[in-house]
Structure formats: structure tokens, C-alpha cells
Design a protein around this ligand. Structure first.
Ligand SMILES: [Zn+2]
Length: 269
């Protein structure tokens, strides 16, 4: 029964008995791994609590008999409490990042850089002004996609490779094909094919965020509507390219929030 220790963040939890659950964690050393938490939810448990959106130090052991890992100790290293203005949005973007990692990462493959990037992301989501949150999430999403080998082609036409120069003035919307995996220049567009039309401004923002650090993304304000279009573009791209995700559950309620916000605006006119 080998005992191990690793720093880790909770990605997803499945409760399966009154006091027991399976916790899927992203650990710094061992990558994504499901661990069984027996009795940790019980109020009499003296063990440290498993807190979402935190850097935890997890002590665990692996049982040869059941071929599963079990949590022994939990120590809290750093908690991201999302208490600043816009808590709901922070929770949604924090959850969406964890959901993406849960869906996309293979198990037990070490991704130390990605782990460190997630911690930096959660720190930014915890502390940035709320109108920068969508850009921070988009930068994270784009980086994760590239890391996993799904790189949407934004600077060049996916078909002929012609440069879509975002420094010069673009007047017409740029067409993005989630199925082909990038922008498609006018010469390569096909009748009847599905495209997402990005305004020149949205296209520039997305291109900029593809190479932006989280610090840089924390200076790019994006409105509700534009954020929703850009997130939808990347989600559809991922869905076509990986066949894994239909939509991010964590972000559905942001959409509802946006719709109720729009209704309120209409009502007050
Ligand atoms: Zn082309």
C-alpha cells in the first residue's frame, strides 16, 4: 500500500453514499486522478476538508486489492474564495475551467505546467476586476486547447493558408468554421457550410487572446454578448474537433443571467 502526497485541485465530485464520494482531482505530480473519500463528508471527521477552488495537499494511498486510490489527509494551502464583486461570475468561470480539465485530460498523465497554469488562472479569477473575467477565461480556454493539440487557426485561412491580417482594417465579418477548425477566407468559403461570423473587433480580441498571458488578458474588457459569442465559438470548435463536449454546464447559468439581464433592460424602457 504505497502512500503518496501531492498538491491538487478538485475538478469534480461524485457523492455515492451518505458520507463517501469519489473526488476527481488534478494533482501536480500525478495528473488527473479519481480518489475515494471514505467518511470525509461525515461531520465527525477530524480530517481536513476538501474545499473546491483551493490548492490542497492530499495524502493518499493506493490499494492493490480494489485498484483504487483513497484519501488519507487533506491540508489547505491556498483558498480562492471569489469574494470580490461578481462572485457568481467568478464561480462560473472557475467551474468552467475545472469542467474543461475534467472532460479533456486523460487520467494519470502528469501535466505539471497545466497544473501551475490552473492555479495562476484561479488566482486571476479571484482577484481581477469582474469585466476582465471573460477574457481571462478565453485565454485559459485557448491555451488549454493548444496544449491538448487542438489549435484553432485564426491568423491563417484553414484551407489555403492565406493570412487573415488582423492588423489591417477588416470590414466584413471573419467567418470561422468549427468543423474545419479555423477561419476561412472568402475564396475558400463553401455554400451551405456552417460558419460563425466574427465581427472585426471580436476577431481581433480572439486572436490577441490566443497568445496573451493571463496578466495581459486581465486588461481586456469584453462585454456580455461578445464574450458569449466567443465562448460559443471555442466550445463548438472543441465539440467538432474532439467530439467530447456539447456545451459547458458551468456556463449555462451565465447565459441565463445574461438573458434575465436583457429582459430587465427591456422592461425598464
Ligand atoms: Zn483560403
Amino acid at each position: 500500500m504505497a502512500r503518496e502526497k501531492s498538491e491538487a485541485v478538485i475538478l469534480k465530485t461524485f457523492n455515492w453514499a451518505e458520507s463517501s464520494r469519489t473526488v476527481v482531482m488534478l494533482s501536480r505530480e500525478f495528473g488527473k486522478m479519481p480518489l475515494i473519500d471514505k467518511g470525509g463528508r461525515s461531520i465527525t471527521s477530524k480530517r481536513g476538508r476538501l474545499i473546491p477552488f483551493s490548492r490542497l495537499e492530499i495524502g493518499f494511498h493506493y490499494s492493490e486489492k480494489t485498484e483504487r486510490g483513497y484519501i488519507n489527509d487533506v491540508d489547505l494551502l491556498e483558498q480562492f474564495s471569489f469574494e470580490r464583486e461578481g462572485t457568481l461570475g467568478r464561480l462560473a468561470y472557475g467551474s468552467a475551467a475545472c469542467e474543461l480539465l475534467y472532460l479533456l485530460l486523460p487520467e494519470e498523465e502528469s501535466h505539471t505546467l497545466l497544473y501551475d497554469y490552473l492555479i495562476s488562472y484561479l488566482r486571476h479569477i479571484d482577484t481581477a476586476e469582474k469585466h476582465y473575467l471573460p477574457a481571462i477565461f478565453l485565454a485559459f480556454f485557448l491555451r488549454l486547447l493548444s496544449h491538448l493539440g487542438y489549435h484553432p487557426s485564426l491568423a491563417y485561412c484553414i484551407d489555403c493558408g492565406k493570412e487573415t491580417n488582423h492588423r489591417t482594417k477588416i470590414e466584413k465579418p471573419v467567418l470561422f468554421s468549427p468543423e474545419r477548425g479555423g477561419v476561412v477566407c472568402p475564396a475558400c468559403q463553401r455554400e451551405g457550410e456552417y460558419y460563425i461570423g466574427l465581427s472585426a473587433e471580436s476577431y481581433r480580441v480572439l486572436s490577441r487572446l490566443q497568445t496573451a498571458s493571463l496578466d495581459e488578458a486581465s486588461t481586456v474588457p469584453i462585454g456580455y454578448q461578445e464574450a458569449s459569442l466567443l465562448i460559443d465559438t471555442l466550445t463548438k470548435f472543441l465539440s467538432y474537433q474532439s467530439g467530447l463536449v456539447s456545451g459547458l454546464k458551468s456556463l449555462e447559468f451565465l447565459e441565463k443571467l445574461r438573458n434575465s439581464h436583457l429582459t430587465l433592460e427591456k422592461d425598464s424602457r
